[in-house]
Design a protein around this ligand. Structure first.
Ligand code: HEC
Ligand code: HEC
Length: 316
């Protein structure tokens, strides 16, 4: 059980609010009335930030006292989602992550959800979890050779993994994703990249064998993902198993379309529920086969990695 230390508005904040509202009634000016409300909200936001800071300090002290201990990447208890506007945005972010193509048809060009890859609500270690990311971004990325905000990184997955179009930076939907990721990060100190971020490590000096990959794909993947990787669907259009190839899948500019990147996910997480049962070579062989099956084409991917340094498995 985790306890979310979200401070209730303190006595002094309530007092400030009451005093401020007193001042408003004296001046009888409707403009400062709005300001008084703003101040109460600001104070609540400040109290939340202060409690998160206190939490971060406690975690850092705990880590210093137990140097071997790992940060816990998991889904916090949903009862810690506050019952206010911010909490509503957190819940909306969780819904968007799990029902992305249903909820955002204008931005998604396939039949995937964020959680098709970011397993378990984006909170599973070695399935590119989102825990901690608001305290890690902005970071420099070689793919577009500039510092990326977390919002830009999210839009990267919209344009490639979701084969779609970016969200408006100022939209409620973007704020919902940011709110959800922030809530997920309540036990993550700022600036520390946790063990379990990204995927398991894989030996990318091994040479892929797509012929062997095809054989293994038939044996280990098609029972769920279909003969051509097209996925399986319910009558209402929701998937039972997501498409890993074809028009309902990610495009060829996505990270998952790269042999070694896909292999790192597959090795750690597939077949579903049997992660880490394939060898590095098997995961690489399978990935060199299924990533090259027909799939949507990303325009302008020749402009990726403008300053060079592209990994060997990048698609052109
Ligand atoms: C087809 C699989 C797939 C889907 C679907 C997908 N992503 Fe990703 N995402 C990836 C891969 C691969 C990475 C890179 C992981 C790595 O290199 O460690 C990534 C990375 C990220 C990162 C950065 C993680 C980090 O540690 O820096 C964020 C944030 C992210 N995705 C958000 C999203 C959101 C939001 C959605 C839904 C709109 C989404 N992704 C859908 C595959 C996917
Ligand atoms: C028992 C069924 C099952 C088997 C077998 C299986 N998968 Fe998956 N796969 C899943 C499920 C379930 C998800 C995640 C869907 C979710 O949680 O929304 C998934 C997700 C994926 C994804 C990311 C989402 C996407 O559509 O791109 C890839 C890639 C993938 N699997 C590849 C493979 C490969 C390669 C194999 C064979 C080594 C394999 N899977 C075997 C069930 C399976």
């Amino acid at each position: 059980m985790k306890i979310f230390l979200r401070a209730k508005p303190s006595y002094s904040i309530v007092m400030t609010a009451i005093l401020t509202m007193g001042a408003v009634s004296l001046s009888a000016c409707s403009e400062s009335n709005t300001k008084a409300v703003d101040r109460v909200e600001e104070a609540e936001a400040l109290a939340r930030v202060k409690s998160l800071e206190a939490r971060a300090t406690a975690i850092k002290e705990e880590m210093a006292a137990n140097p071997g201990a790992k940060l816990n990447i998991s889904m916090p208890d949903e009862s810690t989602i506050p019952d206010d506007e911010y909490g509503a945005a957190v819940r909306r972010g969780l819904e968007l992550a799990n029902h992305t193509y249903r909820e955002l048809p204008n931005n998604v060009g396939n039949q995937l959800n964020c959680t098709s890859c970011h397993l378990n609500n984006g909170s599973e270690a070695y399935a590119a979890p989102w825990n901690g990311l608001p305290g890690i971004f902005p970071i420099y990325r070689g793919r577009d050779a500039r510092v990326n905000s977390l919002q830009e990184r999210i839009n990267g997955c919209f344009q490639r993994s979701m084969n779609g179009t970016p969200l408006d930076m100022n939209s409620d939907e973007m704020n919902a994703f940011m709110s959800y990721m922030t809530w997920l990060s309540q036990d993550m100190p700022i600036g520390i990249s946790p063990e379990g971020r990204g995927f398991v490590a894989i030996d990318n000096t091994l040479t892929p064998d797509p012929e062997n990959g095809k054989k293994l794909f038939v044996e280990t993947c098609v029972s769920c993902h279909g003969d051509d990787g097209e996925g399986q669907y319910n009558d209402d259009g929701t998937y039972i198993y997501p498409a890993i190839a074809g028009s309902n899948s990610f495009n060829d500019g996505a990270g998952m379309a790269r042999t070694y990147k896909a292999a790192a996910f597959v090795k750690g997480k597939m077949p579903f529920g049997q992660g880490n049962t394939l060898t590095d070579q098997e995961a690489i062989d399978i990935s060199s086969y299924f990533t090259q099956l027909p799939r949507p084409v990303k325009a302008n991917k020749d402009k990726d990695w403008p300053k060079g340094g592209a990994p060997v498995d990048v698609r052109r």
